[in-house]
Design a protein around this ligand. Structure first.
Ligand code: XMP
Length: 170
C-alpha cells in the first residue's frame, strides 16, 4: 500500500513555480540541464517543457554502492554521456537531496569542466539528513526522513511511473 505524501497536482503546481523562477533567473540565457539518471527523469521532462529558454539537455548516471561490499559512500559517476560544458550555464537536476553525497561529488566533477555557472535543483530535500553542505538553488519540497517512491523515485526499480510521491506502507 502506498500513502500519498505529495499529490500529482501539488507536484505540477510546484514545477510550474520552479519553471517561472528558473526562467526569470536565467533571463533568456542558454542553459544546459544535466539530469541525474534515473530518478530525475519525470522531474526533468515536466520542467523542461515549461522552460522557454534556449535549452540543451544532458544526462549523467550516478550510482552509489552504499551497503554493498565496496567502500561505504563510494559513488560512481558515468560522465561519458556529457557534452562539453565549458563556458555554459549548467543546471543539475536530481530527484532528491538526502545525505548530499551525490550532488557534492557532482559539483567537484562538473566544476572541473569549467562551466560559466553551476546551479542545482532538486525536487525533494529530506529534512535533517544532509551530511555534506550543499544548498540547492531550487527545491521543490522539503520532506520528512522517510523512504519515498514515485515520480521517478523507485523501490527496487519499481514505482517510478507513479505521478505522485508516496511512502510505502509495510
Ligand atoms: P544522497 O545521499 O547522495 O542521495 O544525497 C541521493 C540519492 O539517493 C537516493 N535516495 C532515494 N531514492 N527514495 C528513493 O527512491 C528515497 O527516499 C531516497 N533517498 C535517497 C536517490 O537516488 C538520490 O538521487
Amino acid at each position: 500500500m502506498v500513502e500519498v505524501l505529495i499529490s500529482a497536482e501539488q507536484i505540477q503546481k510546484r514545477v510550474d513555480e520552479l519553471a517561472r523562477k528558473i526562467m526569470a533567473d536565467y533571463d533568456h540565457q542558454p542553459v544546459t540541464i544535466v539530469g541525474v539518471l534515473t530518478g530525475s527523469l519525470l522531474f526533468l521532462a515536466d520542467l523542461m517543457r515549461r522552460l522557454e529558454l534556449p535549452l540543451r539537455i544532458a544526462l549523467i548516471q550516478a550510482s552509489s554502492y552504499r551497503g554493498t561490499s565496496t567502500t561505504a559512500g563510494e559513488l560512481h559517476v558515468q560522465m561519458d554521456l556529457l557534452p562539453d560544458l565549458s563556458g555554459r550555464h549548467v543546471l543539475v537536476l536530481d530527484d532528491i537531496l538526502d545525505t548530499g553525497q551525490t550532488l557534492a561529488h557532482l559539483k567537484v566533477e562538473l566544476e572541473a569542466m569549467k562551466p560559466a555557472s553551476l546551479k542545482f535543483g532538486v525536487l525533494l530535500r529530506k529534512i535533517g539528513r544532509q551530511e555534506l553542505h550543499l544548498e540547492p538553488d531550487y527545491i521543490g519540497f522539503e520532506i520528512p526522513d522517510k523512504f519515498v517512491i514515485g515520480y521517478g523515485l523507485d523501490y527496487n526499480d519499481e514505482y517510478r511511473n507513479l505521478p505522485y510521491i508516496g511512502v510505502l506502507q509495510p
